[in-house]
Design a binder for this molecule. Structure first.
Ligand code: PEP
Ligand code: MN
Length: 269
């Protein structure tokens, strides 16, 4: 049994990242590019998503690409770029770590560490990330059961780090029309099983920018704790996950539609 992650052993956890809170009944938006590409790109994105009302900035700099020939991210340089963009806009930022040796730099400069779908069961990385004391965004593997995700979270909790946010980012299906299958029912079931906050990632779940806004609205209406979406100033030129990136205007529209939905459901702003 995942004793520490279970809702049976503890009431709802609120995870704070700077002034942002996950799990307090609000719906927090994390937005930014799949990959940090340049100072201009992350700076322009950060400014636009901050203006539109995002709570946090995302951007990968150690990228887990399927092909070793694909862009692997800017590495350490990207960490400094996203940290600077976060500081300039006042947005706490999150970036993914792939390997333990990346923890020293990332935990010094970013506010939250992402463990991605591919590393959900990299238990050594989970434990080492936990020991930094930083809040952790733990994404469900594309083929993990909810049980397996909760046991992965348990590895972090067991190291004394209670600041874990879970993320449903789509599971592998049979139909390539969407990149993955967005398991909203699974995400809601998670909230029955665990006290940890749960957010949605409709960008990776669908692989299509046109489906991101409606699924963010669905996630908010269903009672999840937030969403993480990919945003790029020029999606056609994105070096990673171009088809699922919202442009800056589309992100603004999404936030404009989210606000009245939240108000009507009495979700705090
Ligand atoms: C990402 O957030 O860019 C990413 C690689 O996510 P996932 O681990 O869900 O594929
Ligand atoms: Mn991506």
């Amino acid at each position: 049994m995942y004793k520490l992650a279970s809702l049976q052993t503890q009431s709802k956890t609120v995870v704070s990242v700077g002034s942002v809170r996950f799990g307090d009944g609000g719906f927090a938006m994390i937005a930014g590019p799949c990959a940090v590409e340049s100072q201009d790109q992350i700076g322009a994105t950060a400014a636009a998503v901050a203006r539109a009302g995002a709570a946090m900035l995302r951007g990968g700099t150690y990228k887990p690409r399927t092909s070793p020939y694909a862009f692997q991210g800017l590495g350490d340089t990207g960490v400094m770029l996203i940290a600077a963009a976060g500081e300039q806009t006042g947005l706490p930022c999150v970036t993914e770590v792939l390997r333990e040796h990346q923890l020293a730099l990332t935990s010094k400069y970013v506010d939250m560490l992402q463990i991605g779908a591919r590393n959900m069961q990299n238990f050594g990385l989970l434990e080492a990330a936990a020991k930094t004391g930083k809040p952790i965004l733990l994404k469900r593997s594309a083929s993990a059961t909810l049980d397996e995700l909760l046991y992965a979270a348990e590895y972090i909790l067991l190291k004394g780090n209670e600041n874990v946010v879970l993320c449903e980012r789509g599971i592998r299906g049979f139909d390539p029309e969407t990149r993955n299958v967005f398991d909203l029912g699974g995400a809601l079931r998670l909230k029955e099983l665990t006290h940890l906050p749960v957010i949605a990632d409709p960008s990776h779940a669908t692989g299509r920018s046109s489906l991101v806004e409606p699924l963010v609205l669905a996630a908010a209406a269903a009672g999840l704790d937030g969403a993480i979406v990919e945003v790029h100033p020029n999606p056609a030129q994105a070096r990673c996950d171009a088809a699922q990136a919202l442009d800056l205007e589309a992100f603004g529209r999404l936030m404009n539609r989210l606000a009245p939905l939240k108000a009507s459901l009495q979700i705090p702003a």
